[in-house]
Design a protein around this ligand. Structure first.
Ligand SMILES: [Zn+2]
Length: 652
């Protein structure tokens, strides 16, 4: 299925008819597979609308009727994205939410078209309430993990861009061009180093340290997912390569009235047959999205009449148009197309200006944080970036990126967005790579105050947002914002600073107790025990947990190591138990041990060592002064065990 995409690109380049023959035979073979054996087991079933698109690609070239029969069969056997979000895996979503709209080309059933919009709304409505155009799904979407520090896989970004490009072709709706550009300019570029040699697996709108340490379970995926590495990010290092080439292929589209549409803007040249079949070449000069001007020059051997469509992005209120130096009035509104239908002569020139105003997006579902936009670009706090060599080879190095400047700022907003920010144009980089922090062709200046309590958490992830506006007694500072796509380290969803009675004090994060264990599952963490995130029940999957998984039936331990001797006489344990979905149960039995002269001894006169679910099990015992308190648990036969929270106290 994937190779078909490669062959299609090859055919479009070389016109080699063997591609059409091969694809025709392949689809005839698909027709022979019984439904019950077709598109198994999981990923194929999820992502088969890719296959559907290849079938229609071939049908548009050969018109073979049996292809529509195969297409119907593929749709029939694909996961049901027509009625529901069939998987919460980020790449499945980015790739498959469009599936019903692809089939709409054949079914002509508007419900299929609407299903794609509904899928988008269902995902982005909860997980995409952040700048950058993507959604939080650092492998899968997880309830409760919806803020701007949640990340998207690089595969997710490129597949979503391609989905938008395909939907643009199916529907003509410029909404999909807006959404494509948002990701292409803001989220995709910083997933790689500026030299495009290394990339990381996960990119988030707020991300202030890209080191090798695992960020799980704050991010779902364990391991060095933020490290910029040419070698270790499996799918992404291959998939990312289709991001820009497919984008370039979709800058210009043919229109049903034998014209051309500029749907995505970039410096480019298109040669096409238009009007009555005359070949023309249009050259597009622009530094969009960093500049407002787009200049087109038409080259034609003889005058020819055909329409040119120019997309007006959703953010552009008043586009300005000049044809051969003469201002032409434009009535078209944001998110539409300007259509110029005229007889074109050689060297005709069209100048389109898309004025960019500063706008703010308020993320009411994410603590009333704000993001700052100008045109298609979102702006992030400029943070000093220090590249630290981690691994790889000298030719293909892997990098951590550490911050060298503070990032914990809230913005001070004035009455209007335009009065809150100063736009500072800078020179264009000599190497034509604008997506780099020090090369950003535009900067914004803003007023801000530090929020000292806002820090990295124990995993090295930027602390979760708290409600805005935020009270801060720190001095007012001028900060610099750069395009999000230039910032490998960034804050893109900002808290705002307030002074009124509605301003909130930022709560300091809890101090975690040093914790060790006989074992902890890679995706879980010992820090869950003292993180003060309290569960709703024993199967609460929305907060971090500690488990001994996959050890079963064994005797295990976990302990708090106190920096200073501490008196303890009571401890409260909230057991994790995922009956119905996993292999953890409350333990068969357990007890408290304390450290005395390098020996562990059981506490004296304990009350019952409870194993009740959905509540804290409180145990009191004779007070001990110790440097370590240990839980020793005998796991049930065939089951593991875990703990969601462990509080300790001294009962006087
Ligand atoms: Zn990937």
């Amino acid at each position: 299925m994937i190779m078909l995409n490669v062959l299609q690109s090859y055919y479009e380049y070389a016109g080699d008819n063997r591609v059409l023959d091969l694809m025709s035979k392949y689809f005839r073979w698909e027709l022979t597979i019984p439904d019950e054996d077709f598109l198994l087991p999981f990923w194929q079933n999820q992502r088969a609308s890719d296959n559907l698109a290849s079938i229609y690609w071939l049908y548009n070239r050969t018109g073979e009727k049996f292809l529509l029969e195969v297409a119907e069969k593929v749709h029939r056997n694909t996961a049901n994205w027509s009625e529901t979000v069939a998987s919460w895996h980020n790449v499945n979503i980015a790739q498959c939410f469009r599936g019903p709209a692809i089939f709409y080309q054949q079914s002509k059933d508007t419900n299929h078209l609407l299903a794609t919009h509904r899928n988008y709304k269902d995902v982005w409505g909860t997980y995409g309430q952040v700048p950058g155009g993507m959604f939080g799904s650092d492998e899968n979407c997880r309830p409760g993990y919806v803020g701007p520090r949640q990340a998207i896989e690089t595969c997710g970004s490129v597949e979503f861009m391609l989905s938008c490009e395909m939907l643009l072709k199916v529907t003509g709706n410029p909404l999909w061009a807006d959404r494509c550009e948002t990701v292409a300019f803001n989220t995709f570029p910083p997933s790689m180093t500026p030299d495009l040699k290394a990339l990381h697996y996960l990119t988030a709108p707020n991300m202030t340290l890209c080191d090798s340490r695992s960020k799980s379970p704050g991010l779902q995926n364990g391991g060095p997912m933020l490290l910029f590495d040419p070698h270790s990010h499996r799918c992404c290092q291959h998939n990312s390569a289709h991001g820009w080439p497919y984008y370039a292929e979709h800058l210009w589209l043919a229109t049903p009235d034998n014209g051309l549409a500029a749907v995505l803007y970039a410096p480019s040249q298109v040669t096409a047959k238009v009007g009555n079949g005359t070949e023309v070449t249009i050259t597009e000069n622009t530094r969009y999205p960093f500049e407002e001007k787009i200049k087109l020059t038409i080259k034609t051997a003889k005058p020819v009449r055909f329409p040119i469509y120019l997309r007006v992005p959703g953010w552009c209120e008043k586009p300005e148009l000049m044809i051969n130096g003469k201002t032409t009035s434009v009535k078209d509104r944001p998110r539409s197309y300007i259509m110029i239908d005229r007889k074109w002569n050689n060297s005709d020139k069209v100048n389109l200006t898309l004025p960019m105003n500063i706008t703010l997006t308020k993320w009411t579902k994410n603590k009333d944080s704000v993001s700052v936009n100008r045109g298609a670009l979102t702006y992030s706090l400029k943070i000093g970036e220090k590249y630290v060599r981690a691994s790889g080879t000298d030719k293909w190095p892997a990098w951590e990126i550490h911050p060298t400047t503070d990032w914990n700022y809230g913005l001070i907003l004035k009455d209007t967005p335009s009065s809150s920010f100063e736009v500072v144009p800078r020179s264009w980089p000599d190497d034509n790579q604008p997506f780099e922090a020090t090369a950003a062709p535009i900067e914004l200046r803003a007023k801000a105050k530090k929020i000292p309590q806002w820090q990295l958490d124990h995993l090295g992830l930027v602390g979760k947002l708290q409600p805005s506006p935020v009270k801060s007694d720190e001095p007012v500072e001028t900060v610099t914002l750069i395009p999000m796509g230039c910032a490998r380290l960034r804050i893109s969803a900002f808290p705002t600073i307030g002074t009124g009675p509605d301003a909130h004090k930022w709560k300091e994060s809890p101090k975690l107790l040093p914790t060790t264990a006989s074992h902890c599952w890679g995706a879980d963490t010992v820090t869950a025990l003292s993180d003060k995130l309290l569960p709703e029940n024993s199967n609460d999957q929305s907060i971090p947990r500690f488990t001994w998984w996959p050890r079963r039936g064994t005797t295990e331990w976990v302990q708090y190591d106190f920096p200073q001797p501490r008196e303890v006489s009571r401890a409260d344990i909230y057991w994790f138990d995922d009956t119905g979905s996993g292999g953890c149960r409350t333990p068969a039995s357990w007890r408290f041990l304390y450290k005395e002269a390098e020996q562990f001894k059981e506490v004296r006169n304990p009350t019952v060592y409870g194993t009740e679910k959905d509540k804290f099990n409180i145990v009191k015992f004779d007070a001990v002064k110790t440097t370590a308190l240990r839980i020793e648990a005998q796991l049930q036969q065939n089951f593991s065990a875990g703990i969601l929270e462990w509080q300790i106290a001294s009962e006087k």
